[in-house]
Design a protein around this ligand. Structure first.
Ligand code: ADP
Ligand code: MG
Length: 376
């Protein structure tokens, strides 16, 4: 592996990042989401090495690690666990199929910025090993094994949306996904003259993982409180708003806010998706702004940098919608910006952001691309 520069791959996998137009923090609450795969991706080069040793090298980190295929366990280095976790779950389901391999990873996705470089990596590893060793995994298996790797090896109790979008993404399509039963529908990403602009705050507050897992817990506990009176309510996102409001006085104020956000966001996502399909882009964009309000004030997963950028977007002519995207506490905002205003918007945001925080903003416009696939 010291000569990874002349690495000759048997299999090359391209695994994209994802965006989510609306429906944030809903996947683990059984709600509606509207993600898509993007044109930025991780490339993973694989080859067999006829040993029991597995070598993994990340160009982005310029770092390498190795492990024995017969001794897979959680590592203290976070990034190792995306590989180790996927290998573990494949070996559990298909013992003896994976043998020693070399893998080189390079990525033009921003890492840790809410476009799910993590799911891109996990799903890319799963797809690559599946192809290299002719295992025959289904898309559903790749999605769940990648998710399980993130839960049990990395320690983020993520929902299913990221892996689903990375695997099932389709060029030019959004995925209208019901995370309760995983039924989905492709919706044309007909945004007319509007581009999808991501603004990367380049901050990643270290609250992200702990607060993420805490929100999950708060939602689980909140649902239990709802069920004390309404045992038939089993899916938080589907609880009627009236019930949440009725229970307000019996719930801790923060729990109430979390639950209210979830049910409102679910309704918003349905309204927004319907509006988009009816060609009403203004309503669609408005729902993105409302989503941000809820994420910031009720669900409390935003931060001052994200709030600032959404405020700038709100004031800017030509922007019809904006919100934070992903788990929160940093990462990107997603903005729907008229093509004629794109350059001016990016310049204005970059300048205002630098002035306010002394941090360089990383803007990028994304297109909607295909899900994980083999390129060689
Ligand atoms: P996001 O998924 O939004 O990008 P996460 O914190 O969930 O943010 O995942 C980022 C982590 O995924 C990184 O800290 C690293 O452990 C791993 N990762 C992503 N891309 C790469 C890469 N190219 N090389 C090595 N590790 C990567
Ligand atoms: Mg992630």
């Amino acid at each position: 592996m010291s000569n990874h520069k002349d690495f000759e791959a048997e299999v090359l996998i391209q695994s994209p990042g994802r965006i989510n137009l609306i429906g944030e923090h809903l996947d683990y609450n059984g709600g509606q989401v509207l993600p898509a795969a993007i044109n930025l991706k991780v490339k993973l080069h694989f080859r067999k090495n006829n040993s029991s040793t597995c070598n993994c090298y990340s160009k982005n980190f310029d770092a390498h690690f190795q492990f024995d295929i017969n001794k897979v366990e959680v590592s203290e280095q976070e990034w190792h666990n995306y590989f180790l976790g996927v290998v573990h779950f494949i070996c559990q389901a298909y013992p003896g199929k994976i043998q020693g391999f070399d893998c080189v990873v390079e990525s033009d996705l921003p890492i840790g910025s809410g476009v799910s470089s993590s799911a891109a990596l996990e799903c890319g590893v799963a797809k690559g090993l599946d192809t290299l060793f002719s295992i025959g995994l289904t898309d559903d298996e790749i999605i769940t094994m990648a998710r399980d790797a993130e839960h049990h090896y990395v320690g983020t109790k993520c929902g299913i949306m990221d892996q689903f979008a990375v695997v099932r993404g389709k060029k030019g399509k959004l995925i209208r996904l019901d995370c309760n039963d995983l039924s989905f529908q492709y919706v044309p990403a007909d945004l007319g003259p509007y581009s999808i602009v991501l603004l990367n705050t380049n901050v990643s507050h270290n609250l992200a993982t702990s607060e993420y897992n805490l929100r999950r817990q708060e939602c689980e506990n909140g649902l239990k409180s709802v069920q004390n009176k309404y045992p038939e309510q089993t899916i938080l996102a589907q609880v009627p708003v009236d019930i949440i409001q009725e229970l307000k006085s019996s719930l801790p104020p923060k729990t109430y806010n979390r639950l209210l956000y979830v049910v409102q966001e679910n309704n918003r996502t349905i309204t927004a998706s319907d509006a988009l399909q009816a060609g009403d882009l203004i309503t669609f964009g408005q729902k993105l702004f409302e989503s941000h309000d809820g994420l910031s004030n009720l669900y409390e997963v935003s931060c001052k940098e994200l709030d600032f950028l959404v405020e700038v977007a709100k004031e800017f002519d030509g922007v019809i919608g904006a919100r934070m995207m992903g788990g929160g506490f940093g990462g990107c905002t997603i903005n729907l910006v008229h093509k004629d205003s794109e350059e001016a918007f990016i310049a204005a945001c970059s300048e205002a952001y630098f002035k306010e925080f002394n941090i360089q903003l990383s803007p990028f416009t994304v297109a909607i691309g295909d899900g994980v696939k083999q390129a060689i």
